[in-house]
Write a protein that binds this ligand. Structure first.
Ligand SMILES: [Zn+2]
Length: 202
């Protein structure tokens, strides 16, 4: 992608700044932002004060299936999907806005974010390439991240069937056990609408 106009370039720089603040890795920046690698590295250093970390994105779909990660991932993906359906913005901006919304929700529940931006982005790619799906829990009707092609009928989510050690967990895990519910589509809708109206997401 090349940036031909000054305004186009400003937009790319703004996008890069947003992404770097959210913790995006260099590989992601290079694939999503139309600036040279050298400029991205300079921007990264200016904003973060350090060079971008090296190495590949190391994740597999299994990470999203562990108990606490699954709760956070499902919450994020429900928001992302809702926003994608109700917004005509570019995909990368939908991703940025849904991730900010996820951070807001976590902050409102006085908990710690478990899903970092790179994992959120990687998860969206896993969904796009049909490696993950949303399965509906037969007890609470919430939609949760699951391996693609798993049986959909009789699925019970991690909240309705938490592991036995979950009750003994502490800190953010305890908060997640009792207080973080994957919001229903109605509450996601309200949150997303206020976000799209320009409420605090910029
Ligand atoms: Zn459930």
């Amino acid at each position: 992608m090349s940036t031909k106009s000054v305004l186009g370039e400003v937009r790319e720089v703004q996008l890069a700044i947003q992404l770097i603040h959210l913790g995006a890795r260099l590989q992601f920046l290079e694939s999503e932002v139309g600036l040279s690698r050298e400029r991205l590295i300079r921007l990264y250093k200016e904003i973060k004060g350090v060079s971008p970390p090296k190495g590949l994105l190391p994740f597999s779909t299994d990470w999203y299936m562990t108990w606490l990660a699954n709760i956070h991932s499902s919450m994020f993906y429900n928001m992302y999907q809702f926003m994608k359906t109700h917004s005509d913005e570019e995909k990368v901006w939908v991703l940025i806005k849904s991730y900010k919304l996820y951070l807001q929700q976590i902050e409102a529940q006085e908990s710690e974010p478990i899903l970092d931006f790179t994992r959120a982005y990687t998860m969206v790619r896993f969904f796009d390439s049909d490696m993950l799906q949303l399965s509906t829990c037969c007890r609470c009707a919430g939609q949760f991240v699951a391996h693609a092609h798993d049986h959909k009928s009789g699925y019970v989510c991690v909240l309705c069937r938490p592991p036995s050690r979950a009750g003994k967990a502490r800190g953010s895990e305890r908060a997640a056990a009792g207080e973080i519910a994957v919001p229903g589509m109605e509450s996601i809708g309200l949150a997303v609408e206020s976000a799209l109206d320009g409420g605090g997401l910029h």
